[in-house]
Design a protein around this ligand. Structure first.
Ligand code: PLP
Length: 479
């Protein structure tokens, strides 16, 4: 680092951390030590690990974890709540479904999904009835499309998505189109930025593709935040524009939920889905979530055997989407509950919901997304400033591809590396106790999460990054 003098920026970072009203939430998390992330042995996290881990820093000090965009860290409440759940199961068996226990912070299992939906609703800006905690992200995208992509009904057959969509989203769209007997060649439209080599797509780019294909487009699937570039799309403007053309929009909020402010109901978003293992810290592969605007999930009429679909939007259904009042009557007549919950299939994993709900407690403690976003904007700007202040020699080896406008990004900065440096940089960062993630061919994604990251983490990262770039230069000289 050159224009950043380390003692100066570290002093500034320490002062910002001292003044941070949210600093208390860091202690709510298990932050792996440098020794732990270097270890190859299964560890009891409570006991101290003795390994010769990192080449830098104290092995027992916390690592620099800037990877909440991929997998959020474990809240300390998670094992506590999971043990309470295990104890309920061990001592109550099947009664855990319905029997409330004195002094238990956990809901009965039959109510666990509804309670978790209530906790998530303010995070996505929705009414509780518009949120369902269910399945996983890709499965939920498929379920939403099963209800809202119906080319055989109105002849609109095209689905618009971005050309660099997350592969799972791309596969979901392709296979939905085929599922309806159509061909992706004629029914799938991809948006590519005509100007940006990194495929940062402007709202204008998106609108012009929508305009071109408006007449026969049924549906648009877009990310709230693009996973590779970290770009935050203008959800309300794009949704409003699509609606003018009679097009339904589904948002993949994997990287947006718990990261940026969302007002799905007020923005008139049709439907959305997300995972909970990133900024929501639910744990790897944890249960996902779905939003369906109240206007799209109405159950308006008594459902008859003659016209079973009349009165509600058809969907792929399961018993957990049935009205709770008649769910256990076991009649073979599907009567969906109104709202997003009517799209559920199976009884959900209570282990997952317990894990997710433990983290949602921390969101409440922190004062919710508006408070977190305020700190997140500061943290990411601070990190960006440090990166931009690196030596000219370093600056030649990378560029930040995430938009510089804070309103067009969340916590994450994506850094594109030059000269095939990805492998070296990842290795060097890891040996220095820094965890970020890579997206091939040349990007590292660095995301300070306001719930547990500090300004000093940003300084530690940039210091290690400078050393990693130096190692890259040294390798090039010697190789
Ligand atoms: C943007 C995006 N969409 C979809 C997925 C797939 O998620 P899942 O494996 O939970 O279906 C991911 C996973 O990280 C993602 O980042």
């Amino acid at each position: 680092m050159s224009s950043n003098s380390i003692p100066d920026v570290r002093g500034r970072a320490k002062a910002l951390d001292r003044d941070d009203p949210l600093s208390f939430t860091r202690s709510e998390f298990n932050i792996p030590t440098r020794a732990q992330i270097a270890s190859t042995r299964l560890a009891d996290p409570a006991s101290e690990l003795k390994t010769t881990a990192s080449s830098d820093g104290d092995a027992s000090s916390p690592c620099v974890y800037l990877c909440g965009n991929s997998l959020g860290l474990q809240p300390k409440r998670t094992p506590v709540r999971i043990n309470q759940y295990l104890s309920t199961w061990a001592t109550q068996g099947v009664q855990g479904h319905f029997k409330p226990l004195e002094e238990s912070p956990l809901p009965t299992w039959v109510d666990a999904d509804a309670k978790a939906a209530k906790l998530i609703a303010p995070i996505v800006g929705a009414e509780a009835s518009e949120v369902a905690v269910m399945q996983t992200l890709t499965a939920n995208i498929h379920l939403l499309m099963s209800a809202f992509y119906r080319p055989e009904i109105n002849g609109r057959h095209k689905i618009i998505l971005e050309s660099k969509a997350f592969p799972s989203d791309h596969f979901a769209v392709e296979t939905q189109i085929r599922h309806h007997g159509l061909s992706p060649e004629t029914s799938m439209v991809t948006i590519k930025s005509p100007y940006s080599e990194d495929n940062v797509i402007s709202t204008y780019d998106i609108m012009s593709v929508i305009s071109t294909h408006a007449a026969d487009t049924a549906l648009i699937l877009l990310p709230g935040i693009q996973y590779y570039t970290g770009q935050l799309l203008d959800i309300p403007t794009i949704t409003g524009f699509a609606h003018k053309h009679g097009i339904f929009v589904i948002w993949d909020l994997a990287h947006a939920v718990g990261n940026v402010r969302l007002s799905l109901h007020d923005w008139d978003v049709d439907a959305a889905a997300w995972c909970t293992y990133k900024y929501l810290n639910g744990g790897p592969g944890c249960i996902g979530g779905m939003f369906v605007h109240s206007k799209n999930s109405l159950v308006t009429k008594e459902i008859t055997d003659e016209k079973p679909e009349e009165g509600y939007r058809n969907r792929l259904a399961g018993w957990w989407g049935n009205d709770k009042k008649t769910r256990f009557v076991m009649a073979n007549k599907f009567h969906p509950v109104g709202g997003a919950a009517g799209f559920q299939l199976s009884n959900p994993s209570i282990l997952d919901i317990t894990s997710l709900s433990a983290s949602l407690e921390v969101f409440e403690l922190a004062g919710g997304v508006p408070t977190l976003r305020k700190k997140s904007l500061q943290l990411t700007k601070f990190l960006e400033g440090l990166l931009n202040g690196m030596s000219e020699e370093d600056r030649k080896l990378f560029r930040i591809i995430t938009p510089a406008d804070p309103d067009q990004r969340g916590a994450q900065l994506s850094i594109a590396l030059a000269n095939n440096l990805l492998g070296t940089v990842m290795h060097e960062l890891e040996t220095r106790g820094v965890i970020v993630d890579e997206r091939k061919p040349d990007v590292i994604r660095v995301a300070p999460a306001p719930l547990y990251n500090t300004f000093e983490d940003c300084v530690d990262f940039v210091e290690a990054f400078a050393a990693a770039l130096q190692a890259g230069r040294d390798n090039a000289k010697s190789g």
